[in-house]
Design a protein around this ligand. Structure first.
Ligand SMILES: [Zn+2]
Length: 171
């Protein structure tokens, strides 16, 4: 291969065939239809698209379209060709179907997680209504224990809690 490192970019493009012409072993002319879309530094784009659709079909698609839509058309052909290489039957439709299934499963997981969150939130709300009561009970218990002396009367053999006897405390 000749060394074009000293040439200008314009000259280099003139002498370097596009990826399509290089693969098809044909002369790449200045007005080559494929040249803008299959640059020599991306050979796999044409190889994959050619393997699935064939060079003549690619050329036909490009000829039938206005120049402004050709770039998008080539990108679509290359994308579909890559998808067909991975999934020869369904191609990109298989990818869409797989992603749709994934989305349905993930939506079900999100719905389940939201239901669990809602359930936990209502459980939490129920617990919060109980906590203040428990706190006031424990406060009461604390004061009760500290302010009321507990004593045992040896004569009557009865425990006294302040002025309250053990029996009446529990009755
Ligand atoms: Zn070419």
């Amino acid at each position: 291969m000749a060394d074009y490192s000293s040439c200008s970019t314009e000259n280099r493009n003139l002498f370097t065939p596009c990826a399509a012409c290089k693969f098809l072993r044909r002369r790449c002319l200045e007005d080559c239809l494929l040249k803008p879309y299959f640059p020599p530094n991306e050979p796999m784009k044409f190889i994959v698209a050619h393997k699935i659709f064939g060079a003549s079909n690619i050329i036909k698609v490009l000829k039938d379209l206005p120049a402004t839509q050709r770039g998008d058309a080539v990108n679509s052909l290359v994308y579909e060709a890559n998808a067909r290489m991975r999934d020869p039957i369904y191609g990109s439709a298989g990818v869409i179907s797989h992603l749709h299934d994934q989305m349905t499963k993930l939506q079900a997981q999100v719905a389940l997680a939201q239901a669990q969150i809602s359930n936990l939130q209502s459980q939490n709300a129920n617990l919060m209504t109980l906590i203040p009561k428990q706190q006031s009970l424990s406060d009461h218990h604390y004061k009760f224990q500290n302010s009321t002396p507990l004593s045992y009367d040896d004569n009557t053999e009865i425990w006294h809690l302040g002025d309250t006897t053990w029996d009446s405390f529990w009755s």
